[in-house]
Design a protein around this ligand. Sequence first.
Ligand code: PLP
Length: 397
Amino acid sequence: MISSKMTKLAQNNSVIRAMFEEGNRLAAEYGRENVFDFSLGNPNFAPPEAVKNALIDVLNSTEPTEIHGYMSNAGFPAVRAAVAKSLNRRHGTAFTENNIIMSVGAAGGLNVALKTLLNPGDEVIALAPYFVEYGNYVNNYDGTLVVVPANPPAFQPNADALAAAVTPKTKAVIINTPNNPTGVIYSETSLKAVAAVLEAKQKEYGTSIYIISDEPYRELAYDGVPVPYVTQFYRNTIVGYSWSKSLSLPGERIGYLAVPGEIDDYSLIFEAASIATRVLGFVNAPSLIQLAVARCLDEDTNLAGYDENRKLLYDGLTKLGFECVKPDGAFYMWVKAPDGDDKAFAIAAKKYNILFVPGTSFAGAGYVRIAYCVAKATIENSMAGFAKLAKEYGLGK
Ligand code: PLP
């Protein structure tokens, strides 16, 4: 008998990954250009040229033993100091290298944070709809994921529902803004309301409740909509970041955790998280790409490209009669299933070689997620299929 946890996972493998595999199968059958795969948040834009140049520069200018050797579990001190300085400039924080732990992407950072914080039975709150892997990550450390229901139509956090979900066992609240899957950016007002609830609950229960702010889409904000920095509103905040999306580097596995000095048990948490990085088997974040991203901290994300896709998709779908949440950030569109059945909607779309993910996978039934980090032509060429889908549902009459 293998692990019962893993047996369950193997039997219910991720719907998103399953769609991705389905996309590959359809592409082999019909040709890649005839399949419109909006299932995975895998950026279609190449990383900026600066990343390649930085990699070459690192290889040419740094001792190989330094590039490829072991280092502090938290990462190269100089890289952490550079990240801290960049954050201080952008957000008015006062970080040093002793606040930054380099991570194996956002996923690695979240696992390190949860490994550090959780005892078995501790509760972690996620606000629906949420990135589906949170449940798995919490389960890794025998925590319990508690889901606060979605708050349509704006999908901002619902402070009252959050207050009702917090218990003396609540150790952390994961928030994700700009949000996957909705594309919504949490407003300052929403974040202040969340902070007020958690401050009051900490006092009531005499506990520490940490916000883990999962921010891989921080730079992906359109029309100048601000993405407030959560540490400004809530002291016990740990920030998780990744360059997977902003620099199109998801395969490189690089990000960081920012652990502010003001949080409860800072020293213990920083030390324990560094050790968690090691004992989880990462040992440290990959060295070469650490050194490269430290040279690319001011590189711009291809916001204009994603914005073009966003407008194209939003205009196209709304014209056809679909109801979409207009995304202010990230690269996902959250679209209402016309008859409320998101699974049936995703199956119906497959007839036209269009793949997207039912919202049920994100605790967001009744909606689907369309990832528009694809080639512009994919969106343009998918519209004929979307038009048939709209007709099938009797829309746009
Ligand atoms: N958190 C959210 C909200 C995500 O959407 C993703 C990836 O899609 C991750 C974390 C994981 O990111 P990474 O590839 O940096 O581990």
